[in-house]
Design a protein around this ligand. Structure first.
Ligand code: UDP
Ligand code: MG
Length: 317
């Protein structure tokens, strides 16, 4: 019988985790498969870990968890879950029930048709208008720029075949931008839409600032086109400068020397200074990434684990 692993990164999800577990298990029990749920406690500060221990006690065979020594972020959580998953296929889900477990059946059917990545894409219904508009603009821009295709509404909710999981795990980079990685590995991919759902309980971990940072990651993680842009912008500005110098010379010869306002000068200096700062920051951003990659630090540290064959419980790694 085929085995399915459900990977669930959790950060401060005490309010919803039991509900998630019950609902997901009730769906999985109806399917003709074996399954395991792999929780990753991403250094929660609330009682999430206590809930996970209790869940593991209640369903010792079909529950596993790892708990991080601190909050390493959802990307690290997903990576840990994918590493620990033993199934023939893996589903990645949020703990807040925004990813309806009922869809797993539909995903499974598509998996059995031979697809490797089965993506559930949410509509943006019920989202804040401003946020969905900004997202749309962002994705349009990113897709012009980035080599991998990113789609609005496509998140981490998806089923992956074993080959796709192994492909993802073979990418060892420190800065993990999953949306890009999923798309980069390719494989036979299908997407279907589902009705957007709001979080059942607890609150979102995304602040506006972290969204901006995430957006920046999307632009920079997958190519060096922004550096290319810097070159073209430099060429353009140099061209404009040369043309202006030529015009001044011609005008001086034709109409005599005039004294143009200093406002123009200040505007040009400030403008160019700004452009240079941005480009310097851009280069710094790439260098910062190289810095992190060269350190080769682990993506996460585990303080407690349960249910890993061959490894004692609570093992420190
Ligand atoms: N999450 C995590 N580590 C973090 C932040 C979030 O593991 O540092 C998990 C969180 O517990 C949830 C999922 O990632 O299961 C999605 O988070 P959230 O619901 O806050 O994001 P949103 O749905 O608002 O995009
Ligand atoms: Mg959520």
């Amino acid at each position: 019988m085929m085995k399915l692993s459900v990977v669930v990164p959790c950060y401060n999800e005490e309010a919803v985790i039991d509900q998630f577990d019950a609902k997901t298990r009730s769906v999985l029990d109806t399917l003709p498969i074996e399954y395991e749920i792999c929780y990753v406690d991403d250094g929660s500060r609330d009682k999430t870990l206590l809930h996970l221990r209790a869940l593991a006690d209640r369903h010792p065979d079909a529950t596993r968890y790892v708990s991080f020594s601190r909050n390493f972020g959802k990307e690290a959580g997903m990576l840990a879950g994918l590493r620990e998953a033993t199934g023939d296929a893996v589903v990645i889900m949020d703990a807040d029930l925004q990813h309806p477990p009922e869809l797993i059946g539909q995903m499974l059917e598509l998996y059995q048709l031979g697809h490797d990545q089965i993506i559930a894409r949410r509509t943006r219904e019920g989202d804040k208008k401003v946020r969905s508009a900004l997202s749309r603009i962002y994705y349009r821009a990113v897709n012009k720029w980035v080599d991998v295709e990113l789609t609005d509404g496509v998140g981490d909710f998806r089923m992956l075949s074993r080959p796709a999981v192994d492909a993802l795990l073979s990418l060892g980079e420190y800065n993990r931008f999953s949306k890009g990685l999923f798309s980069w590995i390719g494989f036979d991919t299908v997407t279907f839409d589902y009705q957007n759902a709001q979080r059942e309980a607890g609150e979102t971990k995304w602040k506006f600032g972290s969204l901006l940072n995430y957006g920046m990651d999307g632009l920079i993680s997958f190519n060096n086109k922004p550096l290319r842009l810097a070159i073209w912008l430099g060429v353009l500005l140099a061209g404009v400068g040369a043309a202006y110098a030529l015009w001044i010379t011609v005008a001086a010869i034709a109409y005599g020397v005039s004294t143009p306002g200093y406002v123009t000068l200040v505007a040009i200096i400030v403008g160019l200074g700004g452009v240079q700062m941005v480009m310097l920051g851009l280069i710094g951003e790439y260098i910062g990434r190289i810095y992190y990659e060269t350190k080769r630090r682990p993506h996460f540290l585990v303080k407690e684990a349960h249910g890993f064959p061959g490894k004692p419980e609570g093992v420190e790694r």
